[in-house]
Design a protein around this ligand. Structure first.
Ligand code: ZN
Length: 351
């Protein structure tokens, strides 16, 4: 079933392809059988930083989903969810009542803003590429009062039958904690993926590693910059890339600045099939896809982020791409259409 309402559509795997007019190669596949015993949910370095009992949203089980984009095999990995308390300063030009209404219209809870974290692995042309790395069980430094659970990516990667040691390339969209702390061991900052090449947007790298940045940031954001500056420039396996290069065969960087100065999306192409990994350009779609002109506190430059968001979403609509994002409702795969001044999101979810 498909409607033209603003509500996110939850479609069964069986009907998703037909309802959305997808190419057969884009059909949602059920997760593959696991040959090995999934990692048990024991306390480990990946155990959430806050008690699970405080989290109201159940984790998906399994915490991974595999689907095809042309010849590419995509695996979505669940890393956790931030159940963000409502805050009148969250958006500069939207009230809490409007935010709650937008969440309700999308069929989401209004008790808090649900911000899931999903990481994607693309297997294409013989390469295994990890796209961002989640938060690595490390609470967001700039808002310590918020419950921010992450760090489930590694266990879900292993449950999906993927050995972290086999990841050759990691693409980083931007340097916010929920996208890069999974690169760092919690207490030592030791590299979690010492043998992978880590490709980062040059503009993002330059901005965060500029020593003069520390004094220009508000006090609450300085620990993040200090941590980045004390670690990332010392790693030999980090490769800053300018522009919109094909960074690995079949995957291109796409500039979407505003959320951060170098924020970047990843365009996956295989044959006639395309997927835009939008990262944080559309943030929580219930808010920013339906209302692209809302300017959130999470965007460093709200007007620039809006221009980038509209440009990216227009391209996705025009070229009839699939789209996913770091904070889309699990498992994050969607298709969008233009709707007046905004867009309509249809989330594809295996039932
Ligand atoms: Zn994010």
């Amino acid at each position: 079933m498909i409607t033209t309402s603003r509500r996110d559509l939850i479609l069964s795997a069986a009907v998703a392809g037909a309802a959305l007019g997808l190419d057969k190669s884009l059909a949602i596949a059920a997760p593959v059988e696991i040959q090995q015993t999934p990692a048990a949910p024991v306390r480990s370095q990946h155990t959430p930083a806050v008690p699970v009992s405080r989290q109201q949203t159940p984790d998906p089980n399994p915490g991974y989903l595999r689907y095809k984009v042309g010849d590419a095999e995509c695996t979505a990995l669940y890393d956790g969810i931030w159940e963000k308390a409502h805050d009148p300063k969250y958006f500069g030009n939207a009230t809490t009542a409007e935010i709650k209404q937008a969440l309700a219209n999308a069929g989401l809870t209004t008790a808090f803003v649900p911000i899931p974290i999903t990481v994607f692995i693309i297997k294409l042309n013989g390469k295994l590429v990890l796209c961002d790395v989640g938060g690595g069980d490390q609470v967001q430094a700039f808002n310590p009062k918020s419950v921010f659970v992450s760090g489930k990516m590694m266990a879900n990667m292993k449950a999906a039958g993927i050995d972290p040691k086999e990841i050759e390339t990691i693409l980083i969209s931007h340097f916010h904690p929920d996208h890069i702390f999974g690169l760092l061991e919690k207490k030592t900052n030791a590299p979690v993926f010492p043998n992978a090449e880590i490709i980062v947007p040059a503009a993002e790298y330059k901005w965060w590693t500029d020593p003069s940045l520390i004094n220009r940031l508000p006090e609450g954001r300085r620990p993040l910059a200090r941590r980045i500056q004390s670690v990332i420039p010392n790693w030999k396996n980090v490769l800053p890339v300018e522009g919109e290069d094909e960074v690995v065969p079949g995957i291109f960087f796409v500039k979407v600045p505003g959320h951060t100065p170098g924020h970047t999306a990843f365009h996956v192409t295989s044959g006639n099939t395309q997927l835009m990994i939008s990262n944080d350009a559309a943030y929580v779609p219930a808010l920013c896809v339906g209302h692209p002109s809302w300017h959130g506190a999470f965007d460093q430059d709200g007007p620039m982020a809006e221009v980038s968001r509209r440009k990216l979403l227009d391209r996705v609509v025009t070229d009839q791409m699939m789209i996913c994002g770091s904070h889309f409702p699990w498992p994050g795969l969607a298709k969008i259409e233009k709707d007046g001044a905004g867009y309509v999101l249809a989330t594809v979810r295996a039932s």
